[in-house]
Design a protein around this ligand. Structure first.
Ligand code: FES
Length: 222
């Protein structure tokens, strides 16, 4: 067992748990801020101070393992502006970036945004975006989970995750859709999964838990 400070309370938890598992272990009913539990959805951002450290670090609650003396909190959703646009209707989406995200050009390269739990050098891709190096930007930002931690730190109210998304979409617009994605979209548009969805929606809480447990086992074994 180790002692940590979790959401402002000193508690003892088994070693080796992630922040989210530690919250569950201590009876917290955490539902908001949790999605995939696999480090993919970016919903579970946390801020933590390691024992003896001065600098607060940021991470994902489902991936950050608690350690003796750690002081950790889950962060709430951070609001940031996402431009509204219809990419298909634009003649030159990359040329229109300044119109949709004018704040990007106010960046003074302070690097406060470099808090990415995916180790993306955010300041670096913001600079490429500002300099019009769009293909490079799209490549640098491809692992973004849209957690928004970078936006929460920017003194100029830039939302790097949305700027990156815009550039990725604009760069990919003219490219052929991967065959597996096209196939899956077709399946979703057809009623291929309607019966499955209806079955899930009709389940009680206990049936749903049991279903998810079995599904997780099946995925693990496959
Ligand atoms: S719950 Fe999805 S990244 Fe942690």
């Amino acid at each position: 067992m180790i002692t940590i400070e979790l959401e402002g309370r000193q508690i003892r938890v088994p070693e080796g748990l992630t922040v989210i598992e530690a919250l569950w272990d201590t009876g917290h009913d955490v539902k908001r801020g949790i999605g995939c539990l696999s480090g993919l959805c970016g919903a579970c951002t946390v801020a933590y101070l390691e024992a003896g450290a001065q600098r607060v670090k940021f991470g994902l609650g489902c991936q950050t393992v608690v350690a003796e003396g750690m002081n950790v909190i889950m962060l709430p959703y951070f609001p940031s502006r996402m431009a509204r646009y219809d990419l298909a209707a634009m003649d030159n989406p990359l040329g229109e970036l300044p119109e949709h995200y004018p704040e990007l050009y106010a960046c003074n390269d302070c690097k406060s945004c470099n808090v990415c739990p995916e180790w993306i050098h955010v300041a670096n891709f913001v600079k490429s975006a500002r300099d019009g190096e769009y293909a490079i930007t799209a490549d640098k930002v491809k692992d973004c989970h849209m957690c928004g931690l970078c936006a929460s730190r920017c003194p100029k109210s830039i939302a790097p995750q949305y700027v990156g998304l815009y550039i990725q979409r604009a760069c990919a617009r003219g490219e052929a859709m991967p065959a597996n994605l096209a196939k899956r979209l077709q399946e979703m548009a057809a009623p291929a999964y309607d019966t499955d969805f209806a079955g899930v929606m009709a389940m009680s809480d206990d049936e749903l838990k049991d279903y998810c447990r079995k599904l997780a086992c099946a995925i693990k074994e496959s």
